[in-house]
Ligand binder design. Structure first.
Ligand SMILES: Cc1cc2nc3c(=O)[nH]c(=O)nc-3n(C[C@H](O)[C@H](O)[C@H](O)COP(=O)(O)OP(=O)(O)OC[C@H]3O[C@@H](n4cnc5c(N)ncnc54)[C@H](O)[C@@H]3O)c2cc1C
Length: 411
């Protein structure tokens, strides 16, 4: 048990209620905010609060910080956006880091961040239920520590930082369970090395699906990319500037529709007509689509070249799988050795937060649109649910800390 945990033990509402040896229950009163999740969002919020002299408690289900980045990402991953758009509040990335830090560099940065702000999450603590208790005027947050001890926390402020990527989405495809080769979600994919010489069906054409295809190619596997509907593919950089950074800059001066047109013209010059290769573009432009639906355009890191040269084959939607093959909507059938599901993630908030006003119970996302989704009622907050990556998380974290500081001052 770490020091912080011991300190909390002294603040119990009641003495520990040991119901029986196998299932002890502890109840603890938290003076400051309680944060659920020790990913970048949770860490950023705790740091912003600390800068204001407000101590918080972070509960994390994994055994370490940033578990998504530690355990669920592939080896070749780098930040998709330049580092200045991914830094957390009060600490820029080291100047000797490249523009697009590697996964290991990003993890090193997050560890340094947690050390600098002396953030000590309580690990192996999964929050299984949280609800506002009208009678006592506290949030009641129930967690399971080390898979056996049930701890119930009482707090005035509850900050949800469990992320947009808490659970894998596994699509319902007929025959998926009878397919005999390996079926892996990208969260378990590390490297194409294990698929060398294999014919692999990659389902999903977002940034992860595209990059996994490239990785498979680099390891001499033969990837087939399923593109069910439409996708915006943009160059990673335009004239030596990151496409994201350039778009942000242009948006200061021009309406989104015009910036979209600019991006589409440049993309056409670089890639040609992507529809000829099976990559049909959505009707809405990339930024408008992102804004309205949260669907992120693909920033090409080399996959398009491999599609053009035929090393990656584009396939339409899958109708069903059989023991060794996939059938597509155009009626064609082809054998595969493995299937990779690049089908994304979803929030897990509805599974544990008993609240209906702030979060939508269907998708676990805040009901209010960006930038208003960060604050709910009774001291409930959300950080990192903006569909705007780390930049959005930093904005939320800053606002939440300011709001809690105000609430404390007005007490
Ligand atoms: C492959 C990939 C690449 C990405 N690249 C970028 C990028 O380049 N730039 C960018 O801005 N964004 C990127 N993102 C978006 C990504 O979501 C953010 O970078 C970031 O990880 C979000 O941080 P978070 O803290 O909100 O969520 P997470 O990192 O998911 O952290 C949430 C934490 O909450 C914990 N948790 C969940 N449920 C519970 C519970 N019930 N009890 C206790 N703890 C719980 C989890 O274990 C996890 O540690 C990428 C995402 C992926 C998947």
């Amino acid at each position: 048990m770490d020091d912080y945990w011991k300190e909390l033990q002294g603040k119990k509402l009641h003495d520990p209620l040991i119901q029986n040896q196998a299932d002890p229950l502890r109840q603890i009163l938290i003076e400051g905010p309680l944060i659920v999740g020790a990913g970048p969002s949770g860490l950023a919020t705790a740091a912003c609060l600390k800068q204001k002299g407000i101590q918080s408690l972070i509960l994390e289900r994994a055994e370490c910080i940033a578990s998504l980045w530690q355990f669920k990402t592939y080896d070749r991953l780098r930040l998709h956006l330049p580092k200045q758009f991914c830094q957390l509040p009060f600490m820029p990335f080291p100047s000797d880091f490249p523009t697009y830090p590697t996964k290991q560099q990003f993890l090193g940065y997050l560890k340094a961040y947690a050390d600098y702000f002396k953030l000590k999450p309580v690990f192996n603590s999964t929050v299984i239920r949280a609800e506002w208790d009208e009678r006592c005027g506290f949030w009641k947050v129930k967690s399971v520590k080390d898979e056996k001890v049930i701890v119930e926390y009482f707090c005035k402020w509850l900050i949800v930082a469990t992320g947009e990527n808490a659970e894998e989405i596994v699509p319902q495809i007929e025959g998926l369970e009878i397919f005999e080769g390996p079926v892996v979600h990208t969260s378990s994919y590390k490297t194409g090395g294990v698929f060398r010489g294999k014919k692999v069906l990659v389902i999903g054409c977002g940034n992860s699906g595209m990059e996994v295809c490239l990785d498979l190619c680099n390891f001499n596997a033969s990837p087939h990319l399923v593109v069910r509907s439409s996708v915006h593919i943009l160059p990673h950089e335009i004239l030596g500037r990151s496409t994201f950074g350039l778009s942000m800059c242009l948006l200061r001066w021009f309406p989104m529709r015009l910036v979209d047109q600019f991006l589409l013209i440049v993309s056409r010059l670089i890639f040609g007509d992507t529809a000829k290769l099976g990559l049909h573009r959505p009707k809405l432009g990339p930024l408008q689509l992102k804004n309205l639906s949260g669907k992120t355009p693909v920033l090409d890191v080399g996959t398009f070249d491999k599609i053009k040269t035929g090393k990656i084959k584009v396939r339409p939607g899958v109708t069903r799988l059989s023991r060794h093959a996939a059938e597509f909507v155009d009626g064609s059938v082809e054998n595969f050795d493995a299937v990779i599901l690049a089908t994304g993630y979803k929030s897990n908030v509805p599974s544990w937060l008993k609240e209906r006003h702030m979060f939508n119970e269907k998708d676990g996302m805040p009901r209010k649109e960006f930038p208003n989704g960060w604050k709910g009622k009774y001291g409930l907050y959300a950080v990192g649910f903006t569909k705007r990556g780390l930049l959005g998380a930093s904005m939320d974290a800053t606002r939440i800390a300011e709001d809690i500081e105000l609430a404390l001052e007005s007490k």
